[in-house]
Design a protein around this ligand. Structure first.
Ligand code: HEC
Ligand code: HEC
Length: 243
């Protein structure tokens, strides 16, 4: 996903406007993803984070029935978040949640990257997930599109051994200053009940997911279109912010 992938359709239309040819194709943002799909993918990413903030009948009561008995550390609504079972890195037991308080032994969703939307919505409606009828169809579609086209291989951007993002702090500092600081302040301790970014970086996978998709129910922009390296650079800078 690079800027060079932006296709200047406006220019093309300008050139042909004088002739009898009239062709219009919607702008393509990156990797063949259109603007309409981008809306859906970033909404899908926020649904993956905490779907009931945005959609589908309010905060679930009780622990998810697919949550394993072996994990007694977590219970209640948090066990219904997609990320709680499948991970912020989408890798489930094979990723960052292979150990720690969210260890469940449940696999990731990588096998469904690139999959057909109907196949994914069928999984979301199955007896494990039971989202059919609970979540509006449009949101099921957005979540499915995220699963199909929104997953990023975080192993390319985060060192799993040290938890350090692999980026350029100088570039990241510029991104941070021009975008993030508007809401999060120079020190990264704003707004609301934010923990400092210095502390947040203890979970770099969560931070990466949020930079790419935004934060459920907030105006935070989804930086997905700039590409995952932007997130890694910004996170590398965030490591230097005060704890
Ligand atoms: C409480 C745990 C739990 C939650 C929450 C959960 N899932 Fe799942 N999910 C599972 C289990 C268990 C499977 C079946 C894995 C298997 O086949 O071994 C699964 C399978 C999947 C698969 C198919 C993966 C594969 O390779 O077969 C996808 C895609 C998926 N889930 C997406 C989601 C999405 C999107 C959400 C959020 C709405 C979600 N899941 C929430 C437990 C969960
Ligand atoms: C328009 C304002 C806005 C901008 C710009 C913005 N954010 Fe946010 N962000 C928020 C709000 C509001 C929250 C939710 C805070 C809360 O719930 O306490 C949030 C939450 C977060 C969280 C999750 C914190 C948590 O407690 O889970 C992270 C990480 C984050 N932002 C990083 C960034 C980064 C990095 C950038 C720049 C690329 C950025 N944000 C740009 C408004 C913004």
């Amino acid at each position: 996903m690079k800027h060079s992938n932006l296709i200047p359709f406006g220019c093309v239309i300008g050139l042909v406007a004088g002739s009898a040819v009239f062709a219009y194709a919607p702008p393509v943002l990156a990797d063949g993803v259109t603007a309409a799909e981008t809306y859906a993918i970033v909404r899908g990413g926020k649904l993956y984070d905490k779907w009931y903030t945005l959609s589908g009948g309010g905060r679930p009561k009780g622990t998810h029935k697919a949550w394993p008995k072996s994990n007694t550390k977590k219970k209640g609504a948090t066990t219904h978040h997609c990320k709680s079972c499948h991970g912020w890195d989408y890798m489930g037991k094979d990723g960052a949640y292979g150990s720690g308080s969210y260890k469940t032994g449940i696999p990731g969703i990588g096998a469904y990257a690139g999959a057909n939307i109907a196949k994914i919505t069928a999984v979301l409606g199955n007896a494990i997930h039971e989202l059919a009828g609970k979540m509006p169809e449009k949101d099921m579609g957005a979540l499915a599109l995220f699963v199909s086209k929104g997953q990023v291989d975080m192993r390319k951007y985060i060192d799993y051994g040290t938890k350090k993002p692999m980026g350029d702090a100088n570039k990241g500092g510029a991104y941070y200053a021009s975008v993030c600081s508007n809401c999060h302040g120079r020190d990264g301790k704003k707004p609301k009940d934010m923990k400092s970014f210095g502390k947040q970086m203890g979970n770099p996978w969560e931070v990466m997911h949020k930079i790419l998709n935004g934060h459920p129910g907030e105006d935070m922009p989804a930086m997905r279109v700039v590409g995952p390296q932007m997130a890694a650079d910004t996170m590398t800078y965030m490591m230097t912010l005060p704890k």
